[in-house]
Design a protein around this ligand. Structure first.
Ligand SMILES: [Zn+2]
Length: 151
């Protein structure tokens, strides 16, 4: 896959395309061990940064272990996360040019209420937080868990 991790304009490190990616193409799978929510809480309950991705069953998360875990959130993303049979794929939702940073909407839920998870994506319609508004989270299904803090 034609991806590289670089310092991000959005936040910390991000993932960049090193070749053009066509709309609807799968960019990368979000891989990693499957944990139950309880296991994840036990391991990461006090951890300031995690790479957990909540599955639609509401009971399991993927503990990200590859480059996909470094993709930043944006309120105006060029990718989406697509869950298929318990696996999560990051898919381009428009054509992406070489050198563009990849992003998708985290639709965070279930976070620490004291952590506003501010968004720095600078999109024109940035909602100012990584948290989903409720309607959107329901409609979309897949999302990062609130345990995923900004990096
Ligand atoms: Zn934003």
């Amino acid at each position: 896959m034609a991806l590289v991790i670089r310092r991000s304009k959005i936040h910390a490190d991000g993932v960049y395309a090193t070749a053009p990616i066509k709309r609807k193409h799968i960019v990368v799978e979000y891989t990693g061990p499957r944990l139950t929510n309880d296991q994840a809480d036990a391991i990461y309950g006090h951890s300031p940064r995690t790479y957990l991705f909540g599955l639609t069953d509401g009971e399991h998360v993927i503990d990200g272990d590859n480059i996909a875990a470094f993709i930043n959130h944006s309120c105006d993303p060029n990718c989406e996360a697509d869950e298929i049979d318990g696996r999560v794929f990051i898919r381009a939702i428009r054509n992406i040019a070489t050198g563009e940073e990849l992003s998708y909407d985290y639709n965070l839920y279930d976070g620490d209420p004291d952590d506003p998870a501010p968004c720095y994506c600078q999109a024109r319609h940035c909602r100012g937080t990584l948290f989903a508004d409720r309607k959107r989270a329901k409609a979309q299904g897949t999302s990062k868990t609130g345990k995923q803090r900004t990096r």
